[in-house]
Design a protein around this ligand. Structure first.
Ligand SMILES: NC(=O)c1ccc[n+]([C@@H]2O[C@H](COP(=O)([O-])OP(=O)(O)OC[C@H]3O[C@@H](n4cnc5c(N)ncnc54)[C@H](OP(=O)(O)O)[C@@H]3O)[C@@H](O)[C@H]2O)c1
Length: 258
């Protein structure tokens, strides 16, 4: 079975293609790839098939992954036909894709930036998919990390805002901490190391402990010391900021699909 990737050299497309090969989930010579700029470096040693154009990609593939930006889709000559199609695009809803290609079995999946290192969380939605297709989709998406089928597109919009953001919110947190440290005169090299220790160094400590966050927070508060004094201010502010941010991002995801 041949798997075609439209946008195969982008952040997600390449994360998927190289992940499938590296994890032994798909033979490299059964991958058909297309981008705009031609054969690109990271597939160089692999016996992948490069399509000439979108029509060529479609005709050589049994399954299609759509990983271009929404505004670049569909390229001329693209025809999904009755294939299994997995789209990573925002804005192109299930209804829009099905209206264009009514015979296709359409899946929308929302990976995140962790895809390039096999650390994506990829929720996906596909009403009425056969058991065989469900297994194929899980296998393909697992090349980028963890994946889950979710109930409806509304939940996918919310998760696009949440997990789809990848390192964006941690980057904002790091930037805010760095800006504060620099404003107080901390030398840049010291400030950068201090912020990196908080944002990156503490990630392994939290990994796998999402069901125990309250306990972690309580343990810091129980010291009634320096960190607890800061947390008393930051806690409610973070709650409000994340609620407002995710509401705005979810609304944007929904609006882009209208
Ligand atoms: N990055 C994320 O964290 C993330 C998260 C969730 C969803 N998404 C969605 O996933 C999709 C892919 O995102 P990305 O970040 O991987 O994008 P990207 O890095 O910009 O990659 C886009 C890919 O599409 C190719 N392309 C563009 N126009 C094409 C055309 N006409 N024919 C063939 N190939 C074409 C590009 O090829 P060239 O390089 O040769 O131009 C490139 O390989 C987007 O719709 C995005 O909204 C991304």
């Amino acid at each position: 079975m041949r798997l075609g990737i439209l946008g195969a050299t982008g952040w997600l497309g390449q994360g998927l293609g190289l992940g499938l090969i590296a994890k032994g989930l798909w033979p490299a010579d059964q991958l058909v790839l297309l981008n705009r700029s031609g054969k690109a470096g990271d597939y160089a040693d692999q016996p992948v098939v490069w399509a000439q154009d979108a029509a060529d990609l479609c005709s050589r593939s049994d399954i299609l992954v759509l990983s271009t930006r929404p505004e670049d889709f569909p390229p001329e000559g693209f025809d999904a036909g009755d294939r299994l199609v997995i789209s990573f695009m925002t804005a192109w809803t299930l209804a829009k894709l099905s209206a264009r290609w009514p015979a296709a079995r359409i899946v929308r999946a929302m990976p995140n930036g962790g895809a390039s290192i096999g650390r994506s969380y990829t929720p996906w939605v596909a009403p009425g998919l056969s058991g065989e297709d469900v297994g194929l989709v899980s296998r393909i998406l697992s090349a980028m990390g963890a994946e889950d089928r979710v109930a409806d597109e509304g939940l996918l919009d919310y998760l696009t805002a949440l997990s789809g953001s990848g390192p964006a919110y941690p980057a904002l947190l790091a930037q805010a901490m760095l800006a504060d440290a620099l404003a107080r005169g901390v030398p840049r090299a010291i400030a950068e190391k201090a912020v990196e220790a908080v944002v990156c160094g503490s990630a392994p400590f939290l990994e796998g402990r999402m069901d125990g966050l309250q306990e972690i927070v309580d343990s810091f508060l129980s010291y009634r010391g320096v960190t607890a004094a800061g947390m008393a201010i930051a806690g409610p502010a973070f709650d409000r900021a994340m609620h407002d941010a995710l509401s705005a991002a979810e609304a944007k995801a929904r609006a882009m699909g209208e």
